[in-house]
Structures are given as structure tokens and as C-alpha cells.
Design a protein around this ligand. Structure first.
Ligand code: GLN
Length: 486
């Protein structure tokens, strides 16, 4: 049962074939068996999860219903959870307990989900491999010597290995889509502003967006239905109608215009990944879509622009960790300055410190125009490129990552790690919705296909993803760790 999608579990729950308590027990047993290897969860909430499941079963017996009622899920440890540790993968917050739930957590709780626990992540969501977590690296269930991608690697590994039915993640430059690609699952990042950021620990506020790591596009639609919407506590959340994202999943692909960016099929893309994507595109053609090459002429500037804008915002957001208000404080400081310095030196890991330094530099008087303002101008050019492309096509498709999951420890140069997001990062700079869906295997490892739609065209994007999944079974392939289990 635990390998099933949310949609299937939901049907089984309403038919009375299984109870939420039984499902929750099955996932907890699975976590107990595999988490020591995968390290996908930082915190497991055994007792509260069983109590929530019990409540969901009782509510159902009283006549309540809903697609997420009683569904066991996980939250990335970047979302504040009342009474349960929220670490953001950092020593700085290793013992932080939030006094409130993030809006996303609250909404999913109201929808009746059961929280199994909090998933591992790169420290403050900075990374592409989950190796920067204070709580140790996460492993990829397809090959435990390889990374799951990052920063939502814990959520991706947990969903892929059936350690939960579905999980939340966040995506600032690719952190939902790239781990989804590496772990062979569906990752969905909505448009900027579609989902509230309140209670989601801030990394780069103009780029961060919450979304789903799931076993199908349909499941992402179900989660988005419950997560999306205006939140007065987040001034960047949008006052715009929330669609029923499941209602157009079955729309026809006939006449769909797919754009493939020339810039995403150049050197740097591994040949076997390219082949998988080309085969997947042929599948869309069979369904009635037409394919044309398009240009995103400023895409090559996206990583550079991001690594000015994101660290600049991070340096401001992370100034709140001063040893006074949250989490870690150094031992026996001699004075206030010593406390600030040592708290931050001891509490943050290397990558976070690197970003704070780069960001502070980029924002400093004398350098602001040369770096920050210039990066913002590039951001506008990138947005304009997408606007032009969407005059010609309905969706942009390409690889999510240039390659499949790499080995732990393989990338030690920060810039090599930054280039991981070469295909995904522009989407965040432009605020667009994007998804990664399993498109095939290369040497036994999953390959993700990246889909990008115009602003707030989430329904269309999920429809396009769902149609691929209705006609192929790549999203149903399971990592070897799942062999003979279920
Ligand atoms: N890999 C990118 C970074 O390290 C993106 C991370 C993210 O999307 N949170 O910043």
C-alpha cells in the first residue's frame, strides 16, 4: 500500500480498505527500517502522527471526507512546526522549536494530513546535493553512494523510497525540481506568490517558493489545491483565484505547442540524458503536440545573476541569527561582540558563511551598482526572454539537470555545485511555475524532464505533466531499495 499515490491511497481510505492509523504505522515501520541508511528525516513524529491518524479516522467515521484526509506526509525542515523542532538543516537552529505553524503546515493540517516528520535538507536550503546539512548527507535510494540532489533532498529521498506518501519542499533556484529529477519522482514549484511563505524560513525572499515532491502530477495538484492562496501574513502572496488544479488534468495535448530551448541542448548536457528527453518529447508528439526550438538568449547569465541576488537576500535574512533571538548561542561569551562573532562562526556551516560574505559584499556601498543592480537588470532580461518565448509556445520543455545523480563527495568546487541549477534557476528569477517529472532511466538512474509554463498557468503545467504520466510508466519505476517490499 505504501507505494501508492495519494490519489490511490485516498480512494482506499474512503472505500474503507485501509485506515489512516494502519497507513501511518506502515510508513513509520518503513522509516524505522530505512532512515538509518537514507537519513531522509531529521525528526520523526511517531506518537503525534498516530494521534493525528486516529483523529482522521474518527473524522471519516463521522462523515468527513477530503482527498488529503488521513494521508501520511512529511514536511521539509524549513517549515515552522508548532511544538516540533525546525532546524533548517543548521546547527544554528538545531534545538529551535517554533511557537507557530507555517501557513503551509497549517493548511495541510486543516486538510487532514498526518505529519510523519521533518525532512533533511541542505543548510538553510543552500546547496544541490544535501551535503551541507548539519545532520549529515541524505542518500539517494536508487544508489546509496549517490546524492539525492538538494536542497529538498530529504523530501525527495523519502518520497522515492516510500518513507511517506508525499512531501513539501521549497525551491529558490531548483531545490524541488533537481532532487525530484535525481530521485525519479515528480517535483512541482508553483509561480512565485501562489503559496504563502509565512513560517517558511527565509533564504532569498524574492525567489523562495513552496511546492510538492510527489509520486505523480495528480498528487502535486491535490497538494497544491490545499496549499495555494492568498495569505495576509505574507505580503508577496497573490490575491488571485485558486483553481481546482485537478480539474484540467485530462485536457487533450492536441495542438499543444512545446518549445525546446536551444540553450538547454548544448555541450554540458550528457548524451544519455539528452536521449531520454528526446524520446519523451516524441511521446508528446504522439499525443498531438508540436515541437519547435526556441531561444532563451540570456539563460547563460542566470546562474551568475542568481549568485548575486540570492546571497544578497540571504545575507539580510540571516542577520537575525545573532545568538539572542533564536537557536544556538556560543558558550561563555566575554562581551556582546564576542557573542555575535562566535555564535555565527560556530552556528553556520561553510556554504552559508560563503553566501553571507558574498551577499554582504554585493550590497555594500560602492559595489551595489556593479553587482546587485546589474544582477537585477539581468533578471529583467531573463523575464523578457520567457515572455517572448511564451508568445510562441505554451510550455517550455528540456532536461531538469545536465546529468543523473552524482556520487557523494564528487563535487567539492562551489562553482561546479552552483552550475547544477543551470536549467532551473532562470525559472525562479522569472517567478514562473516549473516541474520535473520522471522521463526515463540512464544507466539505471532516473532522468527528470523539466516543464515550465507562463505565470500562474499551474493547471496547464500539471495537465501537461499528467498526460505524460497517463501514457508512460516512468513515474512508477521504483528504486532497488523498494524491491520486494510494499
Ligand atoms: N542550488 C541552489 C542554491 O544552492 C538552489 C537552492 C534552492 O533552490 N533552495 O542556492
Amino acid at each position: 500500500m505504501i507505494e501508492k499515490t495519494v490519489a490511490e491511497l485516498s480512494a482506499a481510505l474512503s472505500a474503507g480498505d485501509v485506515s489512516s492509523v494502519e497507513l501511518t504505522q506502515a510508513y513509520l515501520a518503513r522509516i524505522a527500517k530505512h532512515n538509518a541508511t537514507l537519513n531522509a528525516y531529521i525528526t520523526v513524529c511517531e506518537k503525534p502522527a498516530l494521534a493525528q491518524a486516529q483523529k482522521a479516522d474518527e473524522a471519516r467515521a463521522d462523515g468527513a471526507s477530503g482527498p488529503l484526509l488521513g494521508i501520511p506526509m512529511a514536511h521539509k525542515d524549513i517549515f515552522c512546526t508548532k511544538g516540533v523542532k525546525t532546524t533548517c538543516g543548521s546547527k544554528m537552529l538545531h534545538n529551535f522549536i517554533a511557537p507557530y505553524n507555517a501557513t503551509v503546515v497549517e493548511k495541510l493540517k486543516t486538510a487532514g494530513t498526518v505529519m510523519l516528520g521533518k525532512t533533511n535538507m541542505d543548510e538553510f536550503a543552500m546547496g544541490s546535493s544535501n551535503e551541507t546539512s548539519h545532520f549529515g548527507p541524505v542518500r539517494n535510494p536508487w544508489d546509496t553512494d549517490r546524492v539525492p540532489g538538494g536542497s529538498s533532498g530529504g523530501s525527495a529521498s523519502a518520497v522515492a523510497a516510500d518513507l511517506c506518501a508525499i512531501a513539501t519542499g521549497t525551491d529558490t533556484g531548483g531545490s524541488i525540481r533537481q532532487p525530484a529529477s535525481f530521485c525519479g519522482i515528480t517535483g512541482f514549484k508553483p509561480s512565485y506568490g501562489r503559496v504563502s511563505r509565512w513560517g517558511m524560513i527565509a533564504f532569498a525572499s524574492s525567489l523562495d517558493q513552496a511546492g510538492a515532491l510527489s509520486k505523480s502530477a495528480e498528487d502535486s495538484a491535490l497538494l497544491l489545491n490545499a496549499m495555494a492562496g492568498l495569505d495576509l501574513k505574507d505580503s508577496t502572496s497573490i490575491d488571485r483565484k485558486v483553481d481546482d488544479y485537478t480539474s484540467s488534468l485530462n485536457d487533450s495535448m492536441d495542438g499543444l505547442k512545446i518549445g525546446i530551448p536551444r540553450q538547454h541542448f548544448t555541450e554540458g548536457l550528457s548524451a544519455d540524458v539528452e536521449q531520454v528527453i528526446r524520446d519523451a518529447l516524441a511521446e508528446y508528439e504522439k499525443l498531438g503536440a508540436t515541437i519547435k526550438e526556441i531561444d532563451l538568449p540570456n539563460n547563460h547569465l542566470s546562474v551568475s545573476a542568481y549568485y548575486v541576488v540570492a546571497p544578497a537576500e540571504a545575507s539580510a535574512n540571516l542577520s537575525r541569527y545573532d545568538g539572542v533571538r533564536y537557536g544556538y548561542r556560543c558558550k561563555s561569551p566575554i562581551d556582546l561582540e564576542d557573542m555575535y562573532k562566535r555564535t555565527r562562526s560556530e552556528g553556520f556551516g561553510d556554504e552559508v558563511k560563503r553566501r553571507i560574505m558574498v551577499g554582504t559584499y554585493a550590497l555594500s556601498a560602492g559595489f551595489y551598482d556593479a553587482y546587485y543592480r546589474k544582477a537585477q537588470k539581468i533578471r529583467r532580461l531573463i523575464k523578457n526572454d520567457f515572455n517572448d518565448a511564451f508568445k510562441e509556445v505554451d510550455v517550455i520543455v528540456g532536461p531538469t539537470s545536465p546529468h543523473t545523480a552524482f556520487e557523494l563527495g564528487a563535487k567539492t568546487d562551489p562553482v561546479a555545485m552552483y552550475l547544477e541549477d543551470i536549467y532551473t534557476i532562470a525559472v525562479n528569477l522569472a517567478g514562473l511555475p516549473g516541474a520535473s517529472i520522471p522521463a526515463g532511466l540512464a544507466k539505471g538512474l532516473p532522468v527528470g524532464m523539466h516543464l515550465v509554463a507562463p505565470d500562474f498557468a499551474e493547471s496547464k503545467l500539471l495537465n501537461i505533466a499528467h498526460q505524460f504520466q497517463s501514457n508512460t510508466d516512468w513515474h512508477k519505476r521504483k528504486p532497488p531499495i523498494c524491491d520486494g517490499e510494499g
